[in-house]
Design a protein around this ligand. Structure first.
Ligand code: 5GP
Length: 220
């Protein structure tokens, strides 16, 4: 199946925590004529500045479980001990706009099974150092939490071959332009997938080395 057949399906943006998926999705969604951001439901608490209904639909665990039972999700997953899901109604996209999903790799795999028209984009951090900085938060995260996040990122990177497009999120404008090109069906403008896949594999190996050398908790 080629992406030319996917010229109106939702665009799934996945990638490790802190890679900038939400920023990219928000920048694209600012173009309201072409894109619409899929607001997920989540059981996690709002962070300062987040608005219910705009950033997420913040729901109780009971409400989330009801939605699961009622078949209201296109996909859902547990991420960092909280539940996140894409309401099916978000995928209707009947006004010609492309729906943007900012979800984790488990959710992306479910969308792959349920929504054949979807296009899958994996965002990579520009380097291992950048990933480490972003996963470390403001330097307040304990070592074992950083090691855990690195372990999760390594597992996510192992799933890069499942994606249609792989982009290094080095520069916001360039990444946004590349996703726009993908949305137009011009995947070649998004750069060489082979090189990006090799970069993903190098990052994955780098994380393994780092974990084995500097963090004894999650070493392979
Ligand atoms: P955060 O809590 O930092 O906003 O998001 C944590 C992770 O959950 C991110 O990787 C984000 O992409 C993912 N996520 C957000 N919404 C959904 C969703 O509806 N489904 C899935 N599977 N993951 C989601």
């Amino acid at each position: 199946m080629t992406w030319e057949t996917h010229d109106d399906g939702p665009i799934v943006l996945a990638g490790p925590t802190g890679v900038g998926k939400t920023t990219v999705a928000r920048a694209l969604a600012a173009d309201r004529d072409r894109f619409v951001f899929s607001v997920s439901a989540t059981t996690r608490r709002p962070r300062p500045g987040e608005r219910d209904g705009a950033d997420y639909e913040f729901v109780s665990r009971e409400e989330f479980e009801r939605m699961v039972g009622a078949g209201e999700f296109a996909e859902w997953a547990r991420v960092h001990d909280q539940l996140y899901g894409t309401p099916l109604r978000n995928l209707a996209g009947d006004d010609g706009r492309r729906v943007l999903l900012d979800i984790d790799v488990q959710g992306a795999a479910q969308v792959r099974g349920n929504v054949p028209s979807a296009v899958f984009v994996f965002l990579l951090p520009p380097s291992l150092g950048t990933l480490l900085t972003r996963l470390s938060g403001r330097g307040t995260e304990p070592r074992n939490e950083i090691a855990r996040r690195l372990g999760v990122a390594r597992d996510e990177l192992a799933r890069v071959p499942e994606f249609d497009h792989v982009l290094v999120n080095d520069d916001l404008d360039a990444t946004v332009a590349a996703v726009r090109a993908i949305a137009r069906g011009d995947g070649s403008a998004a750069g060489s997938p082979g090189a990006a896949r090799e970069e993903a594999e190098a990052l994955r190996r780098g994380i393994s080395t780092l974990l084995a050398r500097d963090f004894d908790i999650l070493s392979e």
